[in-house]
Design a binder for this molecule. Structure first.
Ligand code: HEM
Length: 315
């Protein structure tokens, strides 16, 4: 049986970093091997979850038979009605690190970048943190319609015995909020935009079809597992959308719907927040990843040193 990368399901972590990498010319295969060789710091306390994914075409070229047919990168912008566009900013690999505090995430991220230097460059970096326990920066509770951890693997993971079993398709998008426009709305208008109540996330009895929850309705498009996080500074912030699915089609159908391609009407939320990045990654099973691991001792030594530092600071 193929096991998923554990960090996908590690809830409750207060600090996150998303690093996207581009391989240097011709170094795609080497990058996969080096990423596969990365190891999180070994500790029973203060650990870091490390989740690695790859541009689907790159992973398929390196690991044929370990990628579901048809999964592809975010090659073109999703162009919706009124010239609305969700940009494509695909890179070769992603690392998602999460932990209890930013110091451990920071050290592990720096170790990973050092281990990959010479093979790949960081193309994008975002760090994120929870806001008021379970709210995104719209002030609404985010994740209400997520599956529980008991059900999430069935929704997020490619089932046995298919190619890529135990892996998952990740959609990573950074959305910048227009906080001034959003906060100028009365709360009942915000609730109609979202389709749920603000204090306690109850679905509106007369939920508008163009509300965000209406235009991503999982009864229509299939279920996904979201790990969204707030990111940014006081003056420039938003949401990192982090969505996992066993099938890419569920995620892309939701984006099409949000852009207005399904009904001709855009998701009401898209008037208050705008995507500035978009990439799909295939996040393989632990076993498929381990098989591709190259020179583990070199790649892991940089992370091991941050682990030693951490152990010292805990002592
Ligand atoms: C700025 C970006 C986004 C924000 C702030 C946001 C926020 C929210 C909130 C507050 C909810 C309602 C509570 C819940 O069920 O979690 C929700 C629901 C949902 N969102 Fe988003 N979201 C964003 C982008 C997206 C994107 C890009 C997708 C899909 C590709 C998506 C998929 C969903 C789904 C599937 C639901 C549940 C719908 C249902 O009721 O079945 N969201 N989102």
């Amino acid at each position: 049986m193929a096991n998923p990368q554990n960090g996908i399901f590690a809830l409750g972590t207060a600090s996150h970093a998303y690093l996207e990498f581009d391989a240097r010319d011709g170094a795609g295969e080497e990058l996969v091997g080096a990423v596969a060789a990365l190891r999180e710091p070994r500790t029973t306390m203060g650990g870091v979850n490390l989740v690695a994914g790859f541009r689907p075409e790159l992973w398929r070229a390196v690991a044929p038979g370990h990628c579901p047919a048809g999964v592809s990168g975010f090659a073109e912008a999703v162009t919706g009605v009124d010239g609305y566009a969700m940009p494509a900013t695909q890179h070769d690999a992603v690392l998602w690190l999460s932990g209890s505090a930013y110091d451990v995430v920071f050290d592990a991220a720096r170790g990973a970048i050092a281990a990959l230097s010479g093979i790949a460059a960081v193309a994008a970096e975002t760090s994120s943190w929870p806001y008021r326990h379970d709210r995104d920066l719209t002030g609404f509770i985010d994740g209400t319609e997520n599956p529980s951890l008991v059900d999430a693997p069935d929704i997020a993971l490619v089932p046995e015995p298919g190619a890529g079993a135990g892996g998952t398709v990740l959609l990573l998008q950074r959305w910048v909020h227009d906080a001034a426009a959003w906060e100028a709305l009365p709360v009942d208008t915000q609730e109609r935009v979202m389709g749920r109540t603000k204090p306690d996330s109850v679905e509106l009895a007369d939920r508008p079809d163009e509300s965000h929850a209406g235009s991503t309705d999982q009864d229509r498009f299939g279920h996904i597992f979201r790990r969204n996080m707030p990111y940014g500074t006081v003056t420039d912030h938003g949401t990192v959308f982090v969505g996992f699915s066993a099938e890419q089609g569920r995620l892309s159908a939701m984006l099409d719907s949000m852009a207005g391609l399904t009904t001709g009407v855009r998701d009401a939320l898209t008037y208050y927040t705008r995507p500035v990045s978009g990439a799909y990654y295939f996040v393989p099973s632990i076993e498929a990843l381990r098989e591709r691991s190259a020179g583990g001792s070199i790649a892991s030594s940089a992370l091991a040193s941050s682990s030693r530092e951490e152990t010292r600071s805990l002592a």
